[in-house]
Design a protein around this ligand. Structure first.
Ligand SMILES: O=C(O)CCC(=O)C(=O)O
Length: 307
């Protein structure tokens, strides 16, 4: 649970850290689970296909357990209320001494979630120090607003769109959001943040869990498939993804992951275009999805895979 002071600071600044969550045994369970997943993949997840970075709770019971961890959910509930869905998770991994980075961005940009209440719990499975390329955040100073981005496909970007803010904004006063292994940080969907390459000797491993209150909706016609992790699906705007009760990497769970991931990717692609349209003409009406929601997959989205 968060203190009233932490809640007030989150609503002013748009971030909060660090919060301790995992016991040593739980941390070891997550690390072992990731090692098994990478052995199954035959490659480190950050070197594999983008699809494996997102929503892996669909087929990994240990990750499904992490998104339901009571300490994380208690903190999230203090910020968004008792009915909570998971929009996605992302493995945010930087190998030791790797150039992988994130340019300044806001998570809201390509998610299309209304209202702006999405919060990311970023859980560290190894120490996310400044040297290891932890996130750097800017305070919203009580006045968060959506800035213009471009999906530039930046080389070595940890984000699937390789996106970057292209509006002018005040970059001063950045705070290094260092998080020790087993702890997490929280950042609001309009929090401006970035992260530098990993100059440390260890692999920086984080899992971003994107929580939304269940009254939210998506501005595209894509119906997302999301786990309900607390309370009820009050808005009814999302299909509910069941836990992977069949076991790790079971074919049925993998098929559900493919379905959830396609919907996620379709929405992401729609939102990239919608964002460009919205900023090309600020007086234009809200963009309308051209995707066929019964298909969830169109050719042009294939190049966009990630967060
Ligand atoms: O892990 C990183 O370095 C960036 C993560 C990020 O952009 C996010 O959690 O929104």
């Amino acid at each position: 649970m968060l203190t009233p002071q932490q809640i007030a600071a989150y609503h002013r600044d748009g971030y909060s850290f660090p919060h301790q969550a995992l016991s040593d045994a739980e941390l070891a369970e997550c690390r072992d689970g990731l090692a098994r997943f990478e052995a199954w993949l035959g490659t480190p997840v950050n070197h594999g296909d983008w699809r494996w970075r997102s929503q892996a709770y669909a087929f990994l019971p240990w990750l499904d357990g992490l998104i339901r961890h009571p300490k994380i959910l208690d903190a999230v509930e203090d910020l968004v209320g008792p009915d909570i869905l998971v929009f996605t998770t992302t493995f945010f991994i930087k190998d030791a001494h790797s150039p992988t980075f994130a340019a300044w961005h806001q998570d809201a940009t390509y998610f299309g979630i209304e209202p702006y209440e999405h919060v990311t719990a970023w859980v560290a499975l190894s120490d996310a120090t400044a040297e290891a390329g932890c996130m750097e955040v800017l305070s919203s100073r009580g006045a968060p607003r959506q800035l213009r981005h471009a999906a530039l496909g930046l080389k070595d970007s940890i984000n699937g769109g390789g996106q970057e803010i292209v509006d002018a904004f005040d970059e001063s006063g950045g705070v290094m959001m260092a998080v020790p292994a087993g702890s997490f940080s929280l950042h609001h969907t309009l929090c401006t943040h970035r992260s530098a390459p990993n100059r440390a000797d260890h692999r920086r491993v984080g899992i971003g869990i994107s929580y939304i209150p269940a009254h939210c909706r998506i501005t595209s016609d894509v119906r997302m498939l999301t786990p309900l992790v607390r309370g009820s699906n009050t808005g009814g705007n999302f299909d509910i993804l069941p836990p992977p009760s069949e076991g790790e990497c079971h074919p049925a769970a993998l098929a559900r992951h493919e379905d959830a991931y396609r919907r996620y990717r379709d929405n992401y692609a729609f939102q990239i275009d919608a964002h460009d349209r919205a900023f090309a003409d600020a007086t234009a009406p809200r963009p309308v999805s051209t995707l066929d929601p019964s298909r969830h997959l169109v050719g042009k989205v294939a190049s966009y895979g990630g967060f």
